[in-house]
Ligand binder design. Sequence first.
Ligand code: ARG
Length: 721
Amino acid sequence: MKQFLITVVLFVSLGRTYADEGMWLPLLLGKQVYADMVKRGLKLSSEQLYSINKASLKDAIVIFGGGCTGEMVSNEGLLFTNHHCGYGAITAASDLQHNYLRDGFWAYDKKQEIPAAGLSVQFLLKIEDVTEEIAPALEGLSADDRSGKQSDLIAQVNEKYSDPLKNVQARVSALFKGNQFLVFVYQQYNDVRLVGAPPESVGKFGGDTDNWEWPRHTGDFSVFRVYAGPNGEPAAYAADNIPLRPKHFLPISIKGVKDGDYAMIYGYPGSTNRYETSYGIKLATDITNPSLVNLRDIRLKAMFEEMKKDPAVKLRLAPMYAGVANYWKFYDGETKQLLKYHIYEKKQEEEARFIQWAEGKPEFENIFTAWPKVYDAWKPYAKHRVYINEGILGASLAKFAATLIKVESDMLKQGADAAIVKQGLEAADAARKKFKDGADIISDQRIMAATCHMFYTDIDKAQHPVGFYEKIKTAYGDLNDAGTYKNWALAVFSNTILLNDAKWEAFMNKPDAVALQNDPAYIYAGGFVKNYNTKYEPLFQRFNIRNNDLGRLYLKGVIQMDPKKKMYPDATFTMRVSYGTVKSYSPRDAVKYDIVCTMKGVMEKYIPGDYEFDLPPKLIELVKKKDFGQYIDKRLNDLVVCFITNNDITGGNSGSPVIDANGNLIGLAFDGNYEALSHKLAFDKDMNRSICVDIRYVLWCIEKLGGAGNIIKELKLVKQP
Ligand code: ARG
């Protein structure tokens, strides 16, 4: 294992390097990658990029809310991230009287900040290579044994490096598909407060129409503050907690960007699979992606219809809607780009080359005879899996009902443990409150009817839960008629105890498995999920274990086959740095996209009263007066709103700082472009762009639109000399 590492590092230093592609581990940049950064314009030492002894850039970057990135921008714990990352907290702080999602929110002093319950940030303390503690013990094990053993060993290392008393959590990440193991040690802070957010018409300007597209005119930012206990250590929310003093925070440059400028993005890319096989690509384009898109389409239409009508429903459904919509468009775009760029065929070519190389090498020569069989065994059930997760469980009522399977089984156990049952019921009661707060009954009922119908039509009848559709047919009629499912869903929603407070309370007081077994929502969700879990999930696990194991071997071979190739590990929601430049591109023949877009473009897109392209009156007033203050771009005589770079990022990087050659913040990354939506599986050097909100627009919104000069005062601004 050690050898593997040495090989990689050694050959990295021989390899030809070009920027753009690559999500590098700040710990393992290697001399050549660092040298290439410098060649591109970087003015910082590698110690300033990452150090565990001195304050370095890494100390300003946090995991925000468990799925996004944020960065420290003042010595009082002030944090910037995206609006869409703060979306849940902003919505939760809102009601119809204080509609901060719609109107924006600004704290003019610390007392006005709003605690965001449940929101946390995590600082990275250190990264260590623990390959030697894990890999040798896995040597020679079968795929099944390896998977279990690996989990056990990782759990042990995590425990060793964690310190719950200090809120220190360690998480081992299996990099290069399990060819290398690094432990990432984090410290978590749980007192995080909302400081500011622009109105949604700015923070989500362009909505889903413009999502994943350039040119983009969105002010996708929000502002939070991290608090610590009086001793500076992590603490639960308390009124007398004090603002955190971070080890490092980012100065902010308002000098503006130009084509070719160095740009570096630090953050937490969630997942990529750049060594996915041709079989995996085909499964995605033929089955899983289109299924997900069709099912989400139904859910989105049903939700949107009700959100349009009623601001209360809009507030309730907004976070769920945004999440579903974001990856609905992503997977639709991914499929289109995978097909357009012939990624399947390209992967086949790469595999043919590998097969040739592997001939006569016992460790590798059978990979591609075994792999198609693994896929063939799973393929007949792949659609079913998507239809459970995105269809049946796409109805919030069904999703909640399915969580009761555990409660039922605890109750039915021989000598049922009363304490465990009680615990399960209390959890269910809390989950029910959450479900009721976040769901809309009218759209949910429509979703249940439609997805149940789609499952009937699209999923192999032999895989249906036994007897379920026959009963619907007997009670409600023709299974090919949408009306049948509407009547059935109406009955489910009218009769379930899960939506009836009095009946639910009675059940909580006198819990009884039979009451669940007779409940129509539970019969439905429980029936489909148990059918899947008992018959098909084990096949999925089997597929997964084998697919992962072959993936690990394949990558090990690829590294040996191309020793000169500069390698970076796939994204695993661990801290990475990507470097590149501000750069224009040509999406198609005769079209060239500029590096920046401006307020002029915002006004061009403006549609008064529109759901996605409306604007706050105050913004229009300021633009009419050309009141851009110190944030104006002198070259363009306008306010720059967003810009693009060729950095390699993906979901999870949202909120990531875009950093210039001197370590200053110049923007926040918030999206990728449509032309490169296949980027999780295949990076396109020519097309791939990161979409970033210009920091000058962020500051303009804070100061001019929000009037929150108090926030600006806290920042360290770097201006034109
Ligand atoms: N596509 C962006 C991302 O995944 C999210 C943008 C949120 N905006 C929206 N209209 N859904 O980071």
